[in-house]
Design a protein. Structure first.
Length: 228
């Protein structure tokens, strides 16, 4: 498959995404510069983690207005049904661009959080989660200051009703508690998708959990789901 990874100024996760998809998963990868509009015939678009445009004026806002996003919106619409994955800041960008509902607000702690956390699947019937077993607990790294997912009551009703909540923060033994929530996200939400299940947002840096030399390959369980 051909993956296009969008490179925004400040996207520190760009190189990590290239490493994961090209060198570990041995897929065809191309750079999609944010100022261009040509998606180069890719099958999947990845918006990587990292503070695009320095998170100014707030995470995702400036990147969401980049020329490449016009093409990504057309790529992802109901007719084209192109697959889009936003990781970390990429999740924030997708929300700011209206491709995913809800918003990612500053962590309730008020500080940047960088550590390993645990998640479990809420829906295993999507490309992002289909290789994860029900009730399986995954350890993944996070690194963000604005990862608190929030949405109005109507949006939350839709997300629950349509199975659009994909991952939830949990404890190491799989319990979904307030203490296991690293940023204060409503309902411990860690990943969602759109209604058509072709646009995905995950807050954890899954592209940094693909190498056995680093002791964690849980990210591969999600990235490999897109290969089919």
């Amino acid at each position: 498959m051909k993956f296009g990874i969008v490179n925004f100024p400040g996207s520190s996760g760009f190189s990590d995404a290239v490493y994961a998809l090209h060198y570990v998963m041995e897929q065809d990868v191309v750079e999609l510069w944010h100022g261009n509009t040509d998606l180069q015939g890719v099958d999947v678009v990845i918006l990587p983690s990292g503070s695009s445009f320095g998170d100014l004026p707030s995470p995702g806002i400036t990147a969401a207005k980049s020329p490449i996003m016009t093409s990504i919106k057309k790529f992802a619409d109901a007719n084209n049904n192109g697959i889009v994955l936003g990781i970390g800041n990429g999740f924030q960008i997708l929300c700011q661009a209206g491709l995913l509902k809800g918003r990612l607000n500053p962590n309730r702690s008020g500080i940047f959080t960088g550590k390993n956390i645990f998640v479990k699947p809420d829906n295993t019937n999507t490309l992002l989660t289909k290789l994860i077993r029900k009730e399986q607990v995954l350890q993944l790294p996070i690194a963000h200051s604005s990862g608190c997912f929030e949405a109005d009551s109507e949006t939350m009703r839709e997300l629950h009703q349509n199975g659009q909540i994909l991952l939830r923060y949990c404890s190491e033994d799989g319990k979904i508690t307030a203490d296991s929530n690293p940023n204060g996200s409503i309902d411990n939400i860690a990943a969602i998708c759109n209604y058509s299940r072709n646009v995905f947002g995950v807050m954890a840096c899954i592209e940094r959990a693909v190498d056995p030399d680093l002791g964690n390959v849980n990210g591969l369980l999600m990235l490999q789901g897109f290969l089919d």
